[in-house]
Design a protein around this ligand. Structure first.
Ligand SMILES: Nc1ncnc2c1ncn2[C@@H]1O[C@H](COP(=O)(O)OP(=O)(O)OP(=O)(O)O)[C@@H](O)[C@H]1O
Ligand SMILES: [Mg+2]
Length: 372
């Protein structure tokens, strides 16, 4: 094919494929990626054989047709802004290609404006990369990460039980003995009795600390009373220990949620509060648990210094922290999604960070799948 004619508002437009580009054509034909040129109204002017193979359609039928024809219904609407943007600065996105036989193929498309043809017609260059293998690797990694998380949860539960059943009991027994000792020494008075009292106090603090660590590893209240109860305990303990005021709203949650959803939300809250304590310099935190339709949503908002989620210090130092990553992975594995919205202070009154996680419940969850 030497030329494509398109009918537009301004009449017929003829796009020729110039002969001097032969060397580039050979290069593009030998690529393992789909390569196309399009008009801004998405008519395909040129496509290589690789793209024709991806969409399982003869090349003659691909050239001259609309690119829309090869997109899944869900992705058609979103292509328009991408093409518009590509005409100015270039863009990249992931979509599902719709092949001629009805099958779908996950691909990444990179768009860039190549040349202007008349006043309103920019030629767009597109490279289409098959993401099947990358997606499979991603799924595999996600499954492996989930197994590691499950093993970590089992280990935490075991250590929490050991601490609670053995160490706490031993410490409590020593506490009682040291109290007896302090009472008996009272007859003699002096510094020995004071030592015994100090010992009793230290053992009391140790018992509290062991209890706190054991609760953090796996709070028995989560299994016994559910998410709302553990949120109340955790936020209360956080506010008392850090001095940050915290408002919790979880009135809507009366029934129990699936155990893995409760655990996911609890762990996300735990990481988010750890970040508030370590990084935010916040004075006030709100935690909101709601259940709009068949989704459960947890939002943790602080009024701290905020940060840039794409360029935070840990990432810049090449030491990507695990907190945000593990929160996101846990949310995705539960079929949900996690958003981080943060505004840095720099004189703004409304600075701070919001972590928002949404997890579908019941039927919605079964249909939702993994959101990337
Ligand atoms: N609420 C917050 N306020 C301000 N900065 C935050 C907040 N949450 C996260 N950050 C920034 O984002 C970075 C990454 O957080 P992340 O939890 O992933 O890792 P980390 O806290 O540094 O390490 P880890 O969680 O593995 O102990 C932090 O180092 C911090 O700079
Ligand atoms: Mg962290």
């Amino acid at each position: 094919m030497d030329a494509v004619v398109t009918a537009g508002k301004g009449g017929l437009q003829v796009f020729t494929l110039e002969g001097a580009e032969h060397a580039y054509r050979v290069l593009i034909e030998s690529m393992n990626e789909g390569a196309l040129t399009l008009t801004t109204d998405k008519t395909i002017l040129y496509a290589n054989q690789c793209f024709a193979r991806m969409v399982k359609c003869p090349l003659e039928q691909v050239t001259g047709s609309s690119f829309h024809r090869f997109l899944s219904a869900a992705d058609r609407a979103m292509l328009r802004p991408w093409v518009k943007r590509a005409a100015k600065v270039g863009s990249k996105t992931q979509v599902q290609l719709q092949a001629g036989d009805g099958s779908q193929l996950p691909v990444q498309i990179s768009l860039r404006s190549l040349a202007r043809k008349g006043a309103n017609h920019t030629i767009i260059g597109m490279v289409v990369t098959d993401m099947t293998a990358a997606r499979r690797t991603e799924e595999l990694l996600r499954t492996l990460t989930h197994r590691v998380v499950q093993a970590q949860e089992a280990e935490r539960r075991r250590v929490a039980l050991e601490l609670h059943d053995h160490i706490t009991q031993l410490v409590c027994a020593s506490l009682v003995r040291s109290q007896t000792l302090a009472n008996q020494l009272s007859a003699h008075g002096g510094c020995l009795q004071q030592e015994a009292i100090t010992l009793r106090e230290m053992l009391g603090q140790t018992a509290e600390e062991v209890e706190r660590i054991s609760r953090g590893l796996r709070p028995s209240v989560l299994d016994e009373l559910g998410l709302a109860a553990v949120l109340r305990d955790t936020t209360k303990e956080f506010a008392a220990r850090t001095g940050v005021t915290l408002k919790l709203t979880c009135g809507e949650l009366t029934a129990r949620l699936p155990a893995d959803t409760e655990l996911t939300l609890y762990r996300i809250l735990q990481e988010a509060l750890k970040n508030v304590e370590q990084h935010a310099r916040a004075r006030h935190v709100t935690v909101q648990l709601t259940k709009p339709d068949s989704v459960v949503q947890l939002v943790i908002h602080d009024d701290g210094i905020g940060f840039d989620p794409e360029h935070h210090p840990a990432r810049r130092k090449g030491r990507g922290g695990l907190g945000l990553l593990s929160m996101r992975e846990r949310a995705i594995y539960s079929g949900g999604a996690l958003k981080v919205k943060s505004v840095c202070r720099a004189g703004l009154a409304k600075a701070g960070t919001a972590i928002e996680v949404r997890i579908p419940l019941g039927k919605a969850r079964a249909e939702g799948g993994v959101e990337h």
